[in-house]
Write a protein of this length. Structure first.
Length: 506
């Protein structure tokens, strides 16, 4: 009898040792120290990571702190804004509705919204649900987001204003990442089901997957007992706390808030052909639709990674990587960036959540994990990217310090009162510029929490400083003709939108 129990003990012991040793050396020996060093190198307060392999969680852990004031540690259930990782929930919803016969992905948007308009008549007529989910209506990446993101505009008003987006590319020719397009697709859900987007996603995915801590909307995020605080190092040499985004009006593009524990359930479903704990959540036929490339993002071999092609399905990037097909999406919200990735051929899933939006470590770590499991020769991905990042960040801070040094007591070209008044941009709407002592202050019509100050430097140039540092610090210049102010062009952080806005004085 003793021999029998000793045999069971040794079988259990060596089985456990073999299971651990089957993981790549990086996962067994180095991931903890790699992440700890990465947090320090990239000035990253906190990070949470989960790795799934062969139907099991092999790593689930929080690192660092969720708030630098309280120093409370990140854990498995700490919530982060996953932002655009929401898109696959929306793409999966639309694929599910097509499988149920309620829509066709090739239905034109005007079938459901007869008054919907894009910038030109042809695009309006042709634009389909698939186009909206595939980012190829001809707009630039992030075009319109300064107008739509963190504003008081309703979902319906955002859709109406999409007619003012002027696409620089031909329809279906170029990949241009479009948040308002995902909103438009998501708005079809209430038309065909009678449920809001958030109700549909909750009923079909969040609930059945037991993602019990996950929020489908941004409402109340700051009041959650275990939530990370958002930070940025953009335009500064230190960490700055930034407000939580409110994505409710763009919910199908970016609203979900989750943690690595809940996201592991989502990954299990992705890796088990739409099933979770033996129950079908979404038919394989529908899940497969999300993984078919509708847009090609890139077809040039990467100089850094073993990748040749990148495509986009329904809320999902896809690429070859070391001979396997990988699927992933990133998410960027104010103060937080994330990545969710899976490799069905290897039964591998990864989710990484972070609370500093100005760093690449969340991507470096994903590639490091992929390299380890897919047999790519080791190269430290973090140290590969860090020097260039630090050099660029230092250059930005030095430039800003140079601008600040030019703010003295110089008089502007015209009296300050000449610059005050209402300015208008066709897409955004109105801003109001007022005088406050020796400064000008910009107030944004649909962004009640955002403002910016204008301090005169010299040579007709002003320093614009947003009250939310995430939006940036820049030099700007008014257009003046015949001693009258005609317009002001204002840039913002490319994280929000790449192109500046021209506001015409009324």
């Amino acid at each position: 009898m003793k021999f029998f129990f000793y045999s069971l003990f040794f079988i259990f012991f060596f089985t456990r040792i073999n299971a651990q040793s089957s993981e790549p050396a990086f996962i067994r020996d180095s991931i903890d120290s790699y992440i700890q060093k990465g947090l320090k190198d990239w000035n990253l307060p906190g990070l949470a990571v989960v790795i799934i392999k062969d139907g099991k969680v092999v790593w689930m852990k929080g690192y660092g702190v969720k708030d630098i004031q309280s120093n409370k540690p990140v854990d498995d259930n700490t919530l982060f804004m996953i932002a655009s990782n929401t898109k696959l929930f929306t793409g999966s919803s639309m694929a599910l509705l097509e499988t149920q016969g309620k829509i066709s992905l090739d239905d034109p948007i005007t079938k459901y919204f007869p008054t919907y308009r894009l910038h030109d008549t042809t695009s309006t007529k042709l634009a389909s649900i698939r186009d909206m989910l595939s980012h190829h209506i001809g707009t630039k990446t992030f075009e319109g987001d300064f107008t739509f993101w963190n504003t008081s505009l309703s979902r319906e008003e955002i859709m109406r204003r999409m007619r003012y987006l002027k696409p620089p590319f031909h329809f279906r020719q170029e990949f241009g990442y479009c948040n308002s397009c995902f909103l438009t697709a998501g708005q079809i859900i209430p038309v065909v089901t009678g449920e809001s987007w958030e109700q549909f996603v909750q009923r079909n995915f969040i609930g059945p997957l037991a993602m019990n801590h996950t929020l489908v909307l941004s409402t109340g995020v700051a009041d959650q007992p275990d939530v990370a605080t958002p930070y940025t190092t953009s335009y500064s040499d230190k960490l700055n706390k930034v407000p939580y985004d409110n994505w409710n009006n763009l919910a199908p593009a970016a609203a979900i808030i989750s943690n690595i524990n809940d996201l592991s359930h989502w990954l299990f479903m992705q890796l088990d052909s739409g099933n979770y704990q033996g129950k079908e959540i979404i038919p394989w036929e529908a899940l497969q639709k999300t993984r078919i490339a509708n847009s090609w993002v890139k077809s040039i071999k990467s100089p850094l990674y073993p990748t040749h092609f990148i495509g986009y399905g329904l809320g999902l990037f896809m690429a070859d990587y070391a001979g396997r097909q990988i699927f992933w999406h990133t998410g960027g919200a104010g103060g937080m960036v994330s990545n969710v990735c899976f490799v069905p051929e290897e039964h591998l899933g990864i989710a990484i959540l972070t609370n500093n939006d100005n760093q690449y470590f969340y991507e470096d770590l994903r590639y490091q994990i992929l390299d380890a499991y897919l047999g790519v020769p080791y190269i430290n991905r973090s140290l590969q990217n860090l020097p260039g990042f630090l050099e660029q960040a230092k250059a930005v801070v030095n430039e800003i310090n140079g601008w600040k040094a030019r703010v003295k007591s110089n008089k502007s070209e015209l009296p300050l009162t000449a610059y005050t008044g209402v300015y208008k941009n066709t897409l955004y709407g109105k801003i109001r510029i007022s005088q406050s002592n020796n400064q000008l202050v910009i107030h944004y019509e649909t962004k009640p929490d955002l403002s910016a100050t204008l301090d005169y430097m010299d040579k007709g140039e002003w320093l614009i400083t947003y009250n939310n540092i995430l939006y940036g610090i820049f030099q700007v210049k008014f257009v003046i003709s015949r001693n009258k102010v005609r317009s002001l062009t204002t840039p913002q952080n490319p994280f929000v939108e790449y192109d500046p806005y021209v506001f015409i004085k009324e």
